[in-house]
Design a protein around this ligand. Structure first.
Ligand SMILES: NC(=O)c1ccc[n+]([C@@H]2O[C@H](COP(=O)([O-])OP(=O)(O)OC[C@H]3O[C@@H](n4cnc5c(N)ncnc54)[C@H](OP(=O)(O)O)[C@@H]3O)[C@@H](O)[C@H]2O)c1
Length: 291
């Protein structure tokens, strides 16, 4: 039986640690960390994500404010809101929920966020810092994956990590982090994507296999080496024969669990850690401006 990497339990640990840091910061400086979230449009999934992020903040003593704009909001209005928060010292973290309506240029909005308040870690300045190994903000999902590896004392140094998926928010930063000469790094990294002719040829050679694609069943038992660590970032809603549906990852969990040495479930794996690391980044932002 592989080790099941319990994202819910780890996220609870992170929340406890963050709550202690929030209390310590308030005690020392009187500063209450604040996260402001902007939701543009009526996408129901985005609305749920934003609401949950606000609730997570409450649990650890972070003040959160959610501002909602209609789908007709202009790019100028969105950027004006961001700029107002940039100038507000009570706002330590700014999160603009993606995706934005199609008429708004996401990159322009992300660029408008003060990099020191960019707790999602999507600003080009933070992406650049990540690339060259400077302290910025690490995007929450890659950060969550690194914390899972660290907290389960999974050795990364000298291992071959294969990341499937090259998005700017998950695959690419994760590949870069794993390649850095640092704890939870020092891997030899292979990055696969739709241009990779036969991903199994690479994934079968992985000591640590991370799938961040969004295709259920992409990773089967045949893609995994005996004893590999398998981290499933994918979240897919799959239809069941009885007409209901459930969430599942990219990995065929039951069959891959037979060969993996450690594996993350979906749900209950990377997802809760992503949420927890947003809290960590927000407190870090508040701590940095209080020194
Ligand atoms: N657990 C969490 O907290 C969390 C957080 C974020 C995302 N997610 C989930 O993670 C998944 C990926 O998210 P994302 O935002 O990174 O997605 P994305 O922007 O859609 O990127 C998907 C990546 O997968 C690659 N890809 C697609 N089909 C492939 C295939 N058949 N073989 C190899 N590579 C393939 C794409 O390649 P190309 O670049 O060539 O198109 C792309 O690089 C989604 O299921 C998302 O819901 C989960």
């Amino acid at each position: 039986m592989p080790t099941i990497i319990d994202g819910n339990a780890l996220a609870a640990q992170v929340r406890e640690e963050v709550a202690l840091d929030v209390a310590a910061l308030m005690h020392a400086t009187g500063v209450v960390p604040g996260l402001n979230l902007l939701l543009v449009g009526e996408d129901p999934a985005s609305a749920v994500y934003v609401r949950n992020k606000g609730k997570d903040c409450e649990k650890v003593g972070i003040r959160s404010t959610i501002v909602r704009m209609t789908a007709e909001a202009t790019q100028e209005q969105v950027i004006a809101q961001v700029m107002e928060w940039n100038a507000d010292p009570a706002v330590h973290g700014i999160l603009v929920q993606l995706p934005l309506p199609k008429h708004i240029d996401e990159h322009a909005v992300i660029r408008a966020i003060d990099p020191d308040k960019d707790v999602d870690g999507f600003h080009p300045i933070n992406a650049g810092k990540l690339l060259i190994g400077l302290d910025g903000f690490i995007p929450c999902t890659p950060y969550g994956v690194l914390e899972m590896l660290r907290r389960y004392t999974i050795e990364t140094s000298g291992k071959h990590a294969v990341v499937v998926g090259r998005s700017n928010i998950v695959g690419k930063p994760l590949a870069m982090l794993l390649a850095q000469k640092r704890p939870q790094g020092n891997c030899t990294v292979t990055l696969c994507h739709t241009g990779t002719p036969d991903i199994a040829e690479y994934t079968r050679r992985a000591d640590i296999l991370i799938s961040a694609v969004g295709v259920h069943g992409l990773i089967t038992r045949d893609h995994v080496k005996q004893g590999a660590v398998v981290i499933d970032v994918g979240i897919n809603r799959i239809e069941l024969p009885d007409g209901t549906s459930r969430l599942a990852g990219d990995v065929l969990y039951d069959e891959v669990a037979e060969v993996a040495s450690a594996i993350t479930p979906v749900p209950g794996g990377v997802g809760p850690m992503t949420r927890a690391m947003l809290l960590r980044n927000t407190v870090t932002a508040a701590q940095r401006c209080s020194v």
